[in-house]
Design a protein around this ligand. Structure first.
Ligand code: TXA
Ligand code: MG
Length: 324
């Protein structure tokens, strides 16, 4: 059974347990500002393999490699001036950059699925402190069984993976609540591989250029973790709902008037005041709670596409896709 360490209150204890486990090439669960990650030594094939075993992921996908800071990132990945501009604007924070690997840098090819590029990001807070103490990058996907909703609390992780991991660091609910935005820096081009915790508009403003969207075909190959049925709850999902039907739970946004809301088996609002940041932070836990209500279908009110709404709608659309 996993031991849960209160990392906010007793950091030294939590850090000691995490470092000892990582040094044995085993994964530990680490809170980041986006979601909880299942983290292991990105330079060690045994450690990376154990991530796939714990998640029950059917095959190797490239993993995001988490760095303590820019200096560490530069040892493993090649930064163009454009990449450096984005890193300076958003790190530490929920932006992943896909960059050329530094030859011989040391990231194991199991972490990159043999690609010549690597996804790198510098997370905020405790995760960064852990990586600095460990001295090497940590490969980390979200800490959930493959295909399930990403965890935003230590309790979510314990319920799902509690018998498969030894150490869970608990730092409360994740502030952002959605995975990082993934941008491939390809020469002069910026290509969106996954919308996430930083709005694309903000990235365009910092870069002074357009981010190419809808690279869906290339993205499907390059970001194989982006399968349509990812993030699936047990219940069916009905998006853009303006009315509740029999047997449904409701997830509202911005206190919109929803017809027959009173018959919903469970009633949530991602952000009654219509704030997309608050909605992002609540999305996964409200999806889990709506699912746990036993409703056959979760009706979700329309969510605007601006800013973080793009990533929220992306996750909802995947959750609504037919399960494979
Ligand atoms: O917020 C996050 O990004 C979280 C936390 C734990 O940091 N991590 C996360 O990792 O969401 P994961 O494994 O669920 O998603 C990684 C995504 C996948 O879609 C993968 O295909 C893509 O990143 N990716 C990683 N390296 C890549 C590369 N070199 N080229 C293209 N896509 C890459
Ligand atoms: Mg994931």
């Amino acid at each position: 059974m996993a031991e849960i360490f209160d990392a906010s209150r007793n950091w030294d204890n939590a850090l000691g347990a995490a470092l000892a486990t990582l040094k044995l090439a085993k994964p530990v669960v680490v809170p980041t500002e986006t979601v909880y990650g299942l983290a292991a030594d990105a330079t060690n094939p045994e450690a990376i393999t154990s991530i796939y075993e714990v998640k029950g992921r059917p095959r190797f996908n490239p993993l995001i490699c988490h760095m303590a800071d820019m200096a560490m990132a530069k040892h493993y990945a090649a930064f163009s001036p454009l990449a450096e501009k984005l890193a300076k604007a958003f790190w530490p924070g929920p932006l992943t950059l896909v960059l050329p690997l530094t030859p011989g840098g040391g990231i194991h090819e199991l972490a990159t699925a043999g690609l010549s590029t690597v996804g790198v990001r510098v997370p905020r807070g405790l995760a960064g402190d852990l990586i600095r103490a460990f001295g090497k990058p940590l490969a980390a996907p979200s800490a959930n069984t493959s295909g399930k909703i990403s965890p935003t609390t230590a309790q979510h992780v314990a319920e799902d993976l509690g018998d498969k991991v030894e150490v869970i660091l608990d730092a409360g609910a994740c502030g952002v609540g959605l995975e990082s935005t993934i941008i491939k820096v390809d020469g002069d081009r910026l290509i969106l591989l996954r919308p996430g915790g930083v709005a694309v508009e903000e990235i365009e403003a910092a870069a002074g250029q357009t981010v190419e969207r809808g690279a869906s075909h290339a993205a499907a190959i390059e970001a194989p973790g982006m399968l349509a049925s990812h993030y699936a709850p047990g219940a069916a999902m009905r998006l853009g709902a303006k009315q509740v039907r029999d047997g449904e739970a409701l997830i509202n946004f911005g206190a919109q008037p929803i017809e027959d809301a009173n018959i919903a088996l469970a009633n949530f609002d991602l952000s009654p005041r219509g704030d997309l940041h608050e909605a992002a932070a609540n999305l996964f836990s409200m999806m889990k709670r709506a699912d746990a209500s036993g409703a056959a279908t979760i009706a979700v009110a329309p969510i605007p596409m601006a800013g973080l709404g793009e990533a929220i709608n992306d996750r909802l659309t995947r959750a609504a896709a037919p399960k494979t």
